[in-house]
Each structure stands twice: as structure tokens, then as C-alpha cells.
Design a binder for this molecule. Sequence first.
Ligand code: FAD
Length: 376
Amino acid sequence: MTDSSLTPDIRTRLAQIADVTLDERTTFAELTTLHLGGRPRLTVRCGSTSAVAEVVMLLDAAGIPLLVVGGGSNLVVAEGDLDLVAVILENDTLELDPASGLVRAGAGAVWDDVVAATVEAGLGGIECLSGIPGSTGATPVQNVGAYGAEIADVLTRVLLLERATGEVSWVPAADLELAYRYSNLKFTGRGVVLAIELQLNPDGLSAPLRFGELARRLGATDSGGRRPVTQVRDTVLDLRRGKGMVLAEGDHDTWSAGSFFTNPVVDVAVADSVQATVRAARGDEDADRMPRFPAGEGTVKLSAAWLIDRAGFAKGHPGEDAPARLSTRHTLALTNRGSASTSDLVALAREVRDGVRGRFGVTLVPEPVWIGVSID
Ligand SMILES: Cc1cc2nc3c(=O)[nH]c(=O)nc-3n(C[C@H](O)[C@H](O)[C@H](O)COP(=O)(O)OP(=O)(O)OC[C@H]3O[C@@H](n4cnc5c(N)ncnc54)[C@H](O)[C@@H]3O)c2cc1C
């Protein structure tokens, strides 16, 4: 593949930016938690906030396609040579004020390190987001969430490079249209998060517990109860490990992009029809247990994992010899068992999506960002 725009001159100018290193060897198989994907034209590692901004502005001005990469934990990337530059964020500063609860972290900081440090300092608000892989800068991108909390609960503003103008400024969280697994940064290339600011609670207690399984484990029967942050973090990590949702190099159940499909939000009539199908096939007891949560005017949020299971895809599907399988601990995670290609993973994703659609008439939508490949 040739790309005349990535000239020696551009490479030289990139290499001259402070805190930047370049290489042409790294592959997305090394950069992603699925361990899948081919080689970018160039990998540019940025060790400071100013380096990220300068690199992105230089590449944008030259019209060179780029992909900002944090921990690669929400990416499905095609095999082969990719006509883009991977810009890796490694600006990992962290400032926190235990008295006020104000936290500022560089986009390249490992998210779980930030959570651990805030918990250690007795700050409450992000303990339920313990164990989510990836970078701090990516957390607003899809408004990460888990165990009843999401980053939108505590995010005050982000230091954003607006790619259209090259302007760098602190942008209020409200401008990002944060919603369930969404912001106007996701899929849009609008900007690069250079740092985030959080307002946490300095009283040493967690945010109100809203997730049944977690609250029960912590003996919090009162809805909205609070517990010491360390206790909540430990319990969340324990629950996540049980589902293969904490990265572990030797554990192929964690070679995933986390939850592969978002929980579908459907009209009440569609939810009723799904429930009726389950009732006819599996009886009242199962149908009455179907997870369904009010999601605003006339709509209901269903559980993608539950639908996948009830459509006949068990944990570990399609079986031991398959290179890409559902996790053996969670039907919502699609995993690489070590020898899968991106095509294997995409074929499995299609099979699951089509199976759920055929059974229930609900089309599951993938959560990760797809690069050079598509489910359709
Ligand atoms: C085992 C496992 C468990 C997971 N559990 C959860 C969970 O509980 N909840 C949840 O919400 N997610 C979960 N995820 C998904 C993923 O970890 C999150 O979406 C995470 O925030 C992605 O961060 P990253 O740095 O790896 O992003 P990447 O995968 O590197 O990038 C994802 C997208 O964000 C963009 N991006 C990254 N950084 C920036 C930036 N600084 N500015 C602008 N755009 C940026 C990229 O260009 C890309 O489009 C899980 C994933 C795995 C593998």
C-alpha cells in the first residue's frame, strides 16, 4: 500500500515533536484486547498532552487518516495493512485533591489506576467503574458504565482538542451529549480528549448503590445505600473477575472487547412480543424473569446477554475447537481463543446478531468501534 501524503517530511516533523516516539512494526493485534488486527502505516506514541495535540493537528492538516488509541479495549480492527496512523495516548498525569474531591487525569492514564488512586484517597464516585480496561481519555467517549454507575455521574469537563478547528479548551460534560454507551465523540472523530476532570465525594463512601447484584453482595438492602469505597471496589473486581471482565493475559475469556452488543432499547410492544415468544417456548417462570427496565416514554431496555442466551447461544458457543467463541463465563463477550482472525470474530458476531434477530425480531447493535471492517 502506498500513501504519498505520509512523506518523509511528515515523519521527520512527527519525530521532532517532544515526547513522541514512532515505529512501523506495531500491529493492532498487539494494541487491542481482542489481540486482533493488522498493521497501521505508523504508530505514534505521545507521552504528553501537548504531544498528542501537536501530532493530531499535524496529521489532520496533512489529511492523513489517524486513529486515536488508548487501551484498544473497544476496537475491532481488520487484518492486513491499514491506511491510517495509530496515535497512542500515553500522557498519564494524575492530580487529586482529597479535601475537595477534585480529580484531573491525563487521557493516557490507565483508567483502573485512576480508580485505584481515588479509592486509596477515600474519594467516592467511580468505585463501581473499577476493572474497566483502557484509558482515562476513552471513558467519556462511550460514557463507560458498570454496576449502576457511569462516568457521566461525576464528569465535570474534558480538555478537548476540537479537530475541525484545532482549538484546545475545557469543554463542559453537558456538551458531550452523554447517554447510554454514547457521546458525540463516539464514531464521529469530533475531537480528542486530552484530559478529564471529575468531581468526587471526599467522605470515603461510595456513590449510592443502584445495581441489585452488587448491593446484595454488600448487604445493602436499602436502595441507594452507600458503603466504604474500598469495600465496593473489591466487590466489583470480584464480581467482574467471575465474569471474565477483568483483563488477565493468560485467560482467553478476557481476550475480548467486553460486552460486544449494547442492551437494546425497544418499544414496549416489542418487549411484550419477546416475552410472549419466551413464554411459549420456555414457560411462565422463565418469561416472568425476563430483564426489562423502563427506558423513557414507551420504551424498555432489554438485556442483550439474556436474549443471546435465550436465542440458543450458550456460554462457550460454538465449542472448544472454535478460534472465536462466546466467553465461557458470559454470553455477551465474544472472545479470541488465541488463534482467531478478525474474520472469525466477525462471523461469530453475525451469527449471534442474526440468531437473536431471527428468534425475537430484535437487532443487536455492536458496542465497539469497527476499523476497516463491518458487521453488515
Ligand atoms: C474485559 C473488558 C471489559 C469491559 N468492561 C466494560 C464495562 O464494564 N463498561 C464499559 O462501558 N466498557 C467496558 N469495556 C469496553 C472498554 O474497556 C471501554 O469502552 C474503554 O473505555 C475503552 O477504552 P480504550 O482506551 O481501550 O479505548 P480504545 O479501544 O483504544 O478506543 C475506543 C474508541 O475511543 C476512541 N478514543 C480512545 N481514546 C480517546 C481519546 N482520548 N479521545 C477521543 N477518542 C478516543 C478511539 O479512537 C476509538 O474510537 C470492556 C472491555 C473489555 C475488554
